[in-house]
Design a protein around this ligand. Structure first.
Ligand SMILES: [Zn+2]
Length: 262
C-alpha cells in the first residue's frame, strides 16, 4: 500500500452560471454547510485564483481555483466561429494529473430536493458516459451512500449539495494530487443548493446529469474557455435547461483517452 508522504496542490474548478440570475431559491438547507472558498483568494491571472498555502505532512500545499464566467460577461463580445461537438480540443489539469486506480464516489443527496434513487441514476449515467470511452475503469459504478458532508482533504470522494452562494456558481470541483507523481488522491463535487435541480432538462433549473458529466470530467480534464469549444462537455459555462453536456464531444473523448487509454 502506498503511503501518502505529502500532498502538493489542491485545485478547485467552478462552473459559473448566469451571473445575477434568478437561480437563487433564497432558502438555505440548514443541514448543508455554506462554502465560500474564494472569499480571501487572490486573482493571479484572469479567472485563476490562488487560495493560499498551508502545510500538509511537513510539505507546502498550494490551493488554486478556476472560475468560469457567465455567458454575457467576458467572452460574449467576441465574434462567434462555427462550432459543433466535433471540435477536437481539450486541456489537461496541471499537465496531466490522473487517478492511478478506479475511484469511488460517495453520495449525499440531502439538499438536492430530488428523489434519492433518481439522483443516483443520473449521476451513474454521467460516470458511465466517461467510462465507456476508456480502457481503464475510472469510476466504480456502484455509488456509496453517505451521511457525511463536503470535507475537502479527508481523502473521500464525495458528491454533495451545499450552499455556494448566489454569485452564479452552479457547482464546484475540488481536488488534491501529489506534485511529484501527479496522482489524484481526492476529488469532491459540490452542487449549489441555491439552484433548483432537474432530472429532465427543465427550463429555469440546472440539469443534474448535464452539470455532473462536466464535473466528473475534472478527474483530469480542465475547463475550456474559448467559444470554439462551446459544444463540448468541458466548456466552462452552462445555462438553465441545458443538456448538451450529457454527451461527450470529440475533444472530451480525446482528452479522457489521453489520460486513461482508449
Ligand atoms: Zn468546470
Amino acid at each position: 500500500m502506498k503511503k501518502i508522504l505529502f500532498l502538493s496542490l489542491v485545485g478547485i474548478a467552478l462552473i459559473i452560471g448566469l451571473v445575477g440570475s434568478v437561480g437563487a431559491t433564497g432558502k438555505n438547507q440548514k443541514q448543508n454547510q455554506k462554502i465560500d472558498l474564494l472569499e480571501n483568494a487572490k486573482e493571479v491571472s484572469p479567472g485563476v485564483f490562488y487560495l493560499g498555502e498551508s502545510m500538509n505532512k511537513g510539505k507546502v500545499v498550494d490551493g488554486y481555483a478556476f472560475v468560469h464566467y457567465a455567458k454575457g460577461s467576458k467572452s460574449a463580445a467576441r465574434p462567434k466561429p462555427v462550432v459543433d461537438d466535433t471540435v477536437d480540443m481539450y486541456k489537461l489539469l496541471f499537465r496531466g494529473i490522473k487517478w492511478a486506480d478506479t475511484m469511488q464516489y460517495e453520495v449525499n443527496t440531502t439538499g438536492s430536493r430530488l428523489e434519492d434513487s433518481a439522483v443516483r441514476t443520473a449521476l451513474s449515467a454521467s460516470l458511465e458516459t466517461w467510462d465507456t470511452e476508456t480502457s481503464f475503469e475510472l469510476f466504480n459504478d456502484d455509488l456509496v451512500t453517505t451521511e457525511s458532508d463536503f470535507n475537502s482533504g479527508d481523502r473521500k470522494n464525495r458528491v454533495t449539495w451545499n450552499d455556494l452562494g448566489t454569485g452564479g456558481t452552479i457547482a464546484m470541483n475540488s481536488f488534491w494530487f501529489y506534485r511529484t507523481t501527479k496522482e489524484i488522491v481526492e476529488s469532491d463535487v459540490v452542487f449549489n443548493t441555491q439552484y433548483n435541480w432537474s432530472l429532465s432538462g427543465e427550463s429555469e433549473k440546472m440539469d443534474l446529469q448535464n452539470i455532473a458529466t462536466h464535473e466528473f470530467g475534472h478527474n483530469g480534464l480542465a475547463d475550456l474557455y474559448v467559444s470554439k469549444s462551446a459544444e463540448l462537455t468541458m466548456y466552462g459555462y452552462s445555462g438553465y435547461g441545458e443538456t448538451k453536456k450529457r454527451t461527450l464531444g470529440t475533444g472530451d473523448i480525446s482528452g479522457i483517452q489521453a489520460l486513461y487509454g482508449n
